[in-house]
Design a protein around this ligand. Structure first.
Ligand SMILES: Cc1ncc(C[n+]2csc(CCOP(=O)(O)OP(=O)(O)O)c2C)c(N)n1
Ligand SMILES: [Mg+2]
Length: 577
């Protein structure tokens, strides 16, 4: 650096601004995060530069917000944290994003490399890059300001291309203050071209799949979260309707077609899975949520036996096929391209599935729907899951644009089966891991990204994982209606301590807790609802007013079952009592 004149003549930029400019150049408009050393100034400068910076009370919630924003928008959601503990707090969300194929970038500040690498005990010292690697799709570190453009571009491409996932970007404290010539800095940035390139399936693969489907007597289509992510809604609807094949939506694929669609076999799931002879998976993996494609659920004799059906699998990842059972016709490509190719092959004179298959499904479906209607019509005191969800079902039906966030065990399983969805990507839940804690992060992001009202149906335990973010809902005045299904504990509130000691059982909470009071502390609307009528009134008002609202819905503490629908996954003690 020479004289004063020469400093004025050469404009400089720095790491802070280059990161912000790189994000903006790539269409990023929102950052979910939590400030502190070394990123506090970064959050200020980002806000000053016109980015929306949403601050959370815990990084895990910011991370979950970023992940679900990625799922909703096909742009990587950005989570920003401080070093070591902040980074670790965000990491669960990053790992969950990778597992669920949500595009997300966790950007964490980190401590001084020289000190970290010699383990000399720096403030918040941690080798964050090494820790992030096994939990993310990709992980990068930028050491020099002139590499920020490349670093951000690589992170975006890694998050979005192929099967999306969580990416870690490590930015050491020193990088932010590094300066460089502004013009050279500008030139070093990269606007990522075509970050999620189309992947066209092979013609032979498409033909193999269609041949198999044509020969089916009892075909079935399973729509997964990948199909919802793809935003190929019209093509998928067309495929279902042109083939006339019954379909099952996985949890987050609900609403891709309205759940009330006559071809939905959701109400006859336990019939169609073992009975179907050719099953076409569209963006759905044969993991535990589909009983690994084998065992009794699929008509197999023992719990690991193949049921005898053939599988077609449409997936973006060429590695997915045969993960659990043989895939007879893998179709590899992005869902939109694959479904379009199938549609082209189907043409206009596709023969609909045999009437006896459709009739048998309709019969089961009608029976189950009638049985459910009877259960929903009951009005027990106290409320149970059904009578409360009958209200939620009506509210969602009247507000199909609203986004439904859902977590818990019974509160999750009953909501999934009772509350119909009418539009794509409106149901956001615990996903592949069944992770608790996504509730408020997802709710904040859903409201911020879409501007639509959000309804969060939360088990009382589930809510506790992110409950402090009700302050965030109030601070940003978000149209979120949280309904805590309060049954006094994890699964139910009735366990007792077998020793007779003063501690309550591990699954039991403070009885009669008033979660509604929490949100009142921050100026939100709290409602205590003990009847379906009270719940209905409060939900209608929340949607109408768009005020942050928390309804404490009192649910019969005896109503739930252990782990909801997945009781059988609990190991049982071999020791006799
Ligand atoms: C991060 C995490 N911790 C723990 C669990 C185990 N778990 C599954 S469901 C659940 C809570 C169930 O209780 P609640 O949310 O009140 O739902 P309910 O069944 O009572 O309606 C817990 C703790 C989990 N899935 N994820
Ligand atoms: Mg509970």
């Amino acid at each position: 650096m020479g004289t004063v004149e020469s400093q004025i003549a050469t404009q400089v930029t720095d790491g802070f601004h280059l990161v912000i400019d790189a994000l903006k150049l790539n269409g990023i408009d929102t950052i979910f995060g939590l400030p502190g050393i070394p990123i506090t100034d970064f959050t200020r400068m980002a806000q000053a530069a016109g980015l929306r910076v949403i601050s959370f009370r815990h990084e895990q919630n910011a991370g979950n917000a970023a992940a679900i924003a990625g799922f909703m928008t096909q742009k990587p959601g950005i989570c920003l944290t401080v070093s070591a503990p902040g980074f670790l707090n965000g990491l669960t969300a990053l790992a969950n994003a990778t597992t669920n194929c949500f595009p997300m970038i966790l950007i964490s500040g980190s401590s001084e490399r020289e000190i970290v690498d010699l383990q000399q005990g720096d403030y918040e010292e941690m080798d964050q890059l090494a820790i992030a690697k096994p939990l993310s799709k990709a992980a990068f570190r930028v050491l020099h300001a002139e590499d920020i453009g490349v670093g951000v571009a690589r992170a975006i491409r890694a998050a979005l291309s192929g099967r999306p996932g969580g990416v870690y970007l490590d930015l050491p404290a020193k990088l932010f203050a590094q300066t460089m010539d502004a013009e050279a800095g500008k030139k070093s940035l990269i606007k990522v071209i075509d970050p999620a390139p189309k992947q066209i399936p092979g013609a032979d693969a498409v033909k193999r799949a269609l041949d198999l489907l044509k020969g089916a007597k009892k075909p079935l289509i399973v729509l997964g979260k990948g199909a919802a992510y793809a935003q190929a809604d019209a093509e998928i609807k067309s495929l279902i309707e042109k083939t006339g094949i019954p379909y099952l939506p996985m949890s987050m694929a609900k609403g891709l077609l309205p759940d009330t669609h006559e071809q939905s076999a959701a109400a006859a799931r336990s019939y169609v899975l073992p009975e179907g002879d050719v099953v076409m998976l569209v963006g759905a993996r044969l993991n535990w949520l589909l009983s690994h494609g084998k065992g009794k659920t699929w008509g197999g004799k023992g719990h690991k036996d193949w049921g005898g059906q053939k599988f077609i699998q449409i997936d973006i990842s060429p590695q997915e096929a045969d993960s659990n059972v043989r895939i007879d016709a893998p179709v590899v490509g992005d869902i939109g391209s694959c479904v379009s190719a199938l549609l082209a092959g189907i043409g206009s004179n596709w023969v609909k599935p045999p009437a006896d298959w459709l009739g048998a499904i309709a019969e089961r479906k009608n029976k189950n729907v009638a049985k459910m209607a009877e259960t929903l019509a009951k009005d027990p005191r106290p409320m149970n899951f059904h009578s409360a969800l009958n209200v939620v079902r009506d509210i969602v039906k009247a507000n199909p644009e609203a986004i439904l966030v859902n977590e818990g065990a019974n509160a999750l399983d009953f909501t999934r089966s009772i509350v119909d969805m009418y539009k794509p990507r409106k149901r956001l839940d615990v996903g592949t891991w069944g992770v608790m804690g996504i509730g408020m992060g997802f709710s904040v992001a859903a409201a911020v990204v879409s501007g639509q009202p959000v309804i969060a149906i939360e088990g009382d335990s589930a809510f506790g994982f992110s409950g402090m973010e009700v302050e965030t809902l109030c601070r940003y005045n978000l149209p979120v209606c949280v309904v805590v299904f309060n049954n006094n504990g994890v699964y139910r509130g009735t366990d007792v301590n077998p020793t007779g000691g003063p501690d309550v059982a591990p699954t039991v909470f403070v009885k009669g807790a008033r979660y509604d009071k929490l949100i009142e502390a921050f100026g939100g609307v709290g409602v205590h609802a003990t009847t379906p009528a009270e719940l209905r009134k409060a939900m209608e008002e929340a949607i109408r007013s768009r005020k942050p609202t928390l309804i404490n819905a009192v649910i019969d503490e005896t109503a739930g079952t252990e782990s909801g629908r997945i009781t059988s996954l609990n190991p049982t003690s071999g020791k006799k009592k």
